[in-house]
Design a protein around this ligand. Structure first.
Ligand code: C5P
Length: 238
């Protein structure tokens, strides 16, 4: 059984544009001199069980990414494929390109979560082996409200007991055959989801949850690069 990783990195990242980091897509911003995408790649390459990491990028970014793979000597386990217009399409393209068997295992990880750690990756791999599908989820600490959006703003319609909620992070993984089946069903039905678990759930597949951490956050808005640098400094990392 082999372990494949897909890093969707074809986003445009417009929400960062207003910040101090210019309009570069978030995955190419630098944290302590190392691009976000390179940090995410390194995290998975540090795990010996990972056989291949496949990065999905925009055609116009391919050269830049290939140059970074060389510059940071990321090695022969890294592949590059072309992404699509949505995260789901980018992951679908990479999934189609993997030379893998149904019983192999695939993890999908947002390229913009560079602080994922090896122990969490290993726990996710073990959970997928055991359950068939698993994601990393952060237990909710705030009280969760369901709302209805109105012209005047949001109005609460219900309180969801927080012990029944986790915030979905990545990696999200499954046996390759299960994830390919879920993607095929979603495509046939025209379903668009924002993560892999939503596709697996609607295909009737049980998905286990591995505990995540606040550190595994998604670089999204101005200030997030500084936050990532803070976490790294705290950990005494380079
Ligand atoms: O936009 P969002 O924050 O959900 O992006 C999550 C991940 O999906 C990012 O790493 C981003 O680069 C990737 N993505 C992609 N293809 C797209 C849109 C987003 O690979 N078309």
């Amino acid at each position: 059984m082999r372990v494949f990783v897909i890093l969707p990195a074809a986003g445009i990242g417009t929400r960062m544009a207003a910040g101090t980091h210019g309009a570069a897509p978030k995955q190419f911003l630098s944290i302590g001199g190392v691009p976000v995408l390179v940090r995410s790649l390194r995290a998975f390459l540090e795990v010996p069980r990972v056989d291949v990491v496949c990065v999905a990028v925009r055609a116009s970014e391919r050269e830049r990414v290939e140059a970074q793979i060389k510059e940071f000597a990321l090695g022969p386990r890294v592949r590059v494929v072309e992404g699509g217009d949505s995260r789901q399409e980018s992951v679908g393209n990479a999934l189609a390109a993997l030379e893998s068997a149904d019983e192999d295992l695939v993890l999908v990880h947002d390229a913009v979560r560079p602080l994922i750690d090896a122990a969490t990756i290993e726990r996710t791999i073990e959970a997928v082996e055991k359950h068939g599908a698993a994601i990393v989820g952060l237990p909710a600490v705030d009280t969760i409200k369901q709302v209805e959006r109105t012209a005047e703003g949001a109005i609460i319609t219900a309180t969801i007991p927080r012990e029944r909620v986790v915030l979905a992070q990545t990696p999200q993984g499954a046996r390759v055959g299960l994830l390919r089946g879920a993607f095929a069903e979603a495509e046939a039905d025209g379903f668009a989801g924002t993560d892999e678990a939503s596709l697996l759930e609607r295909a009737g597949i049980e998905v286990a949850v591995v505990p995540g951490s606040a550190k595994n956050f998604k670089i999204t808005q101005p200030g997030d690069i500084e936050l990532a640098e803070f976490y790294l400094k705290q950990a005494g990392a380079r």
